[in-house]
Design a protein around this ligand. Structure first.
Ligand SMILES: [Zn+2]
Length: 311
């Protein structure tokens, strides 16, 4: 099953999916913590946000989108009450997450057993739900991590290990933000040591550096690959990377998306349907270059359905 804010659905119901978007990033961690830990929300803010975000989601739907993966972790202010209302109003599926939920400095205070305790919390989120809304238990459909740049820090390594443990317990896949290709090798060392199931691990932002040698290594390991920053004016470079991945035989491991902060895009004065760039620019460009629309649509349907399916 795939776990959405309206409850579990069969993978065949998912449809064309944007696999990495942010409904509204929240910079106020106090507010974010209140939502995640205390289940307290700002009702008026939800009403205002709905007015801003619903039209954008309807744009996405009008272009053929059926599902969106929310990749703002709890500390980024994932608001499951807002997500549920958005999903109800637009009839789009939205897959929420658990994952990075506390300031990384806490590792300095509680290094012992950090991985085990975090894994327990994320497992509890799955078993008991992030919240229960109108009788619907909202379970996370994936675990979201954001690793910092540079060399892998002790806390990021601990979060990675925690994610593998929680994934093993629950079946939740891991959606892992890694901006620098060289870090992927460090991550592989950790995943190998944990005997992790690579079929449950997505390298989000594989397209950031588009480092082909590392992408090939990751794909051979069995990782999923995010070409998830398809923005206005990037079709040429994203097509080039997608073509490469197809040429080495891993098109069934690619997750496509824009990685927009949808709320932030919506309130920009020059908003001009940026959140549908994949449909408006990328797919037509691919068609002219020899990858037809059907193939991309199929990739955007089958791949997320396989990655987010929890059996
Ligand atoms: Zn993102």
């Amino acid at each position: 099953m795939i776990y959405t804010v309206r409850g579990p659905i069969h993978k065949s119901e998912l449809g064309v999916t944007l696999g990495h978007e942010h409904i509204k990033w929240e910079f106020d961690e106090y507010h974010a913590n209140n939502m995640y830990f205390d289940k307290t929300y700002k009702q008026e803010e939800i009403e205002t946000d709905l007015k801003v975000i619903v039209p954008i989601l309807l744009d996405i739907k009008s272009k053929g989108g059926k599902s969106i993966v929310e990749t703002s972790p709890p500390i980024g202010g994932q608001n499951v009450r807002l997500l549920k209302r958005l999903s109800d109003q637009t009839d789009l599926h939205i897959i929420p997450c658990t994952g990075w939920n506390l300031t990384k400095q806490l590792y300095e205070v509680f290094p012992n057993g950090f991985e085990v305790q975090l894994a327990k919390r994320w497992t509890k989120d799955f078993r008991e739900g992030l919240d229960t809304i109108d009788g619907t238990v909202v379970r996370p459909g994936h675990i979201k991590l954001l690793l910092d740049k540079g060399t892998l820090s002790a806390v990021d390594k601990a979060m990675l290990v925690a994610a593998v443990k929680a994934s093993n317990e629950t079946g939740m896949p891991i959606h892992c933000h890694i901006l620098e290709a060289k870090m992927v090798r460090e991550v592989i060392t950790v995943l190998d040591a944990e005997n992790a199931n690579y079929d449950k691990f997505l390298w989000a932002h594989a397209d950031e550096e588009a480092h082909k040698e590392t992408i090939k290594l990751a794909a051979e390991k069995g990782m999923w690959l995010g070409i998830d920053n398809v923005r206005k004016g990037t079709s040429v470079e994203k097509f080039e990377l997608l073509s490469y991945i197809i040429s080495i035989g891993y098109e069934d491991r690619v997750i496509l998306s824009h990685d927009y902060d949808i709320y932030a895009e919506a309130v920009k004065s020059d908003y001009a349907q940026t959140c549908t760039v994949i449909f408006d620019e990328f797919i037509p460009y691919c068609s002219t270059m020899g990858i037809d629309r059907e193939k991309i649509i199929n990739l955007m349907t089958e791949n997320p359905a396989n990655f987010y399916d929890i059996t």
